[in-house]
Every structure is written in C-alpha cells, then in structure tokens.
Design a protein around this ligand. Structure first.
Ligand code: NAP
Length: 260
C-alpha cells in the first residue's frame, strides 16, 4: 500500500528511541524527510544516522528539551513548515498524588498537554494554507482506562485529548487531520523501567518479567514499537482525510469493550 507520503516533511518529537523513533522510521520508509528531537544529543544523532542509512531520506537531529520554549523554537527553526507533526515527550512519573506539588503538575501538564498544543499552534495554519496536514499525538491507553498510580499522565493527557477533539473538527475541512494514538504496553525503555526493581529483587531479566506480565492479555504479549510506528505512518497517510479526531487504542485488546 502506497501511503502517498513520498517527499513530505515531518517533525517527530522525542524520537531517539522507543515509540517516537519507531514513528520516525516508519515515516522515513515512506520517503518522508524528518526532523527528530530528543534531549540526549549522542543518542539522537545515532538514531538519525541509523534512519538515514536504512532509508536514504534527509534526517535532521535537533537536540533539546521539547517541553521548553527553546526546544520547540529550535525544532521549528529546523523545519518551519512540516506536513506532518508527531507529538511525543516523556511521560510523567508514577506515584501517589499526595506527594505531587504544583511544580510536579505543571511539569506534567507542560510535557503532555501544553507542548503538543503549542507545536500544533505553530504549524497548523501553514498546513491549512497548503491544504495538507497530519498530526498524531502519542498519548496513552491511560486516557481511556486510567492507571491509578499514573495520575498526572491520566490528567494531563486527558486535557490534551479534550482540546484536540474540538480543534480536529475545526481544521478537517482543510485536509488537516488530527488523531491520537493511545499506546498500551509497548516494549520500550519506558516500559522496562517499571520492571527494574522487580528484576533486581527477583534476579530475573527485565524482559522476562515484562513478557510474563503480558501473557494474560488477549494477544499474550506486549506491543512492538515497529507496530506502533506503522500505525502512526498510516494515520499520516495521504488518503485518511476522513479519519478525524480519533483515539486509536493500541493495546492488543487489553481494553475490554465491545466497541474500542
Ligand atoms: P522511551 O522509550 O523512554 O523513549 C522516550 C523518548 O523521548 C526518548 O527518545 C527520549 O530521549 C525522548 N524524550 C523524553 N523526554 C523528552 C523531552 N522532554 N524532550 C525531547 N525528547 C524527550 O519512551 P516510550 O515508551 O517510547 O514512550 C513515549 C511516550 O509514550 C511517553 O510519553 C510514554 O509515557 C507514553 N507511553 C508509553 C507506553 C509504553 O508502553 N511504552 C505506554 C503508554 C504511554 P531523551 O531522554 O534523550 O530526551
């Protein structure tokens, strides 16, 4: 299936590894020129080199914190008029809401709600003028099915989801479509991080514990980043202008509902 994306330009945020990297790679395989971001310059440059080597597309690495104004400005300076924007950033920490102060909440809202909103604000009018735009926000299955210890994630991402639901309907007539992808458990460093302590105390490999936890899910496994990346590329493709404001939950069927 030709996604019709050859020659398009995309910003993929937080993309040196994990889900962001998978989205960048899937888009690059479709011939999309990339700007990718992450805070750790060495890892980001290594990822850019890897994607260039595999796909031959132009990949510009912009190191920086995408949750800051400077980080966003540097990213947009490298690609002021993207056709595609994939919003992503690190997720807030787990914990008990009694331990979180105002600064903790502001950080979570900045990363997982306001950063995507300000990036969308910077690029959406250009997309409208050019009559093509695809925006995918990486949120979390926790938006649909809250994870109690991830309260800041549940809250901040739900805020983004509500905002996007309205905006998506304002811009769709210009062939600018905005959708969210809600990851369940995907085998990335973020997921592995939650199992480090159990691995240490049980003296077992992290990946073994992750897979054990997943075996009772409908697919009996966790998701692989490449599956996520391809779903993202599909939601950026040329012929999906009628898919507007969706929340695509990618969790291997974990969310138990007749209508997902
Ligand atoms: P990951 O494997 O830890 O990768 C995170 C990527 O984001 C890295 O490239 C990291 O690089 C970059 N990053 C983090 N904070 C950043 C910032 N402030 N500015 C720029 N880049 C930043 O995480 P992941 O599993 O791909 O998760 C991606 C998002 O999906 C997160 O918000 C996560 O909470 C959410 N999610 C993941 C899962 C899952 O199972 N994997 C499930 C639900 C939701 P640097 O650290 O060098 O900046």
């Amino acid at each position: 299936m030709d996604l019709g994306l050859k020659g398009k330009k995309a910003i993929v945020c937080a993309a040196s590894k994990g889900l962001g990297k998978a989205c960048a790679l899937s888009l690059a395989r479709e011939g999309v020129e990339l700007v990718i971001t992450a805070r750790t310059a060495s890892e980001l440059e290594a990822t850019a080199a890897e994607i260039r080597a595999e796909t031959g597309v132009k990949v510009t690495a912009v190191p920086g914190d995408i949750t800051t104004e400077e980080g966003r400005a540097a990213t947009l300076a490298a690609m002021p008029n993207p056709d595609i924007l994939v919003n992503n950033a690190g997720g807030p920490p787990r914990g008990d809401f009694r331990d979180w102060n105002r600064d903790d909440w502001i950080k979570a809202v900045d990363a997982n709600m306001l950063t995507p909103i300000f990036l969308i604000k910077s690029v959406v009018d250009g997309m409208i003028d050019r009559k093509f735009g695809r925006i995918v926000n990486i949120t979390s299955a926790s938006v649909k099915s809250p994870i109690p210890e991830l309260g800041m994630s549940n809250g901040a991402r739900a805020g983004l989801t509500g905002f996007v639901a309205g905006l998506a309907r304002q811009v769709a007539k210009h062939n600018v479509v905005i959708n969210n992808i809600l990851p369940g458990p995907f085998l990335t460093d973020r997921l592995r991080g939650g199992f480090q302590e159990a691995a240490r105390t049980s003296n077992r490999p992290v990946d073994e514990l992750v897979l054990e936890r997943a075996k009772n899910s409908p697919t009996g496994r966790v998701g692989y980043p490449a599956e996520f990346g391809d779903a993202c590329a599909f939601l950026c493709s040329a012929n999906i202008g009628f898919i507007v404001g969706h929340n695509l939950i990618l969790d291997g069927g974990n969310f138990n509902s007749s209508i997902a």
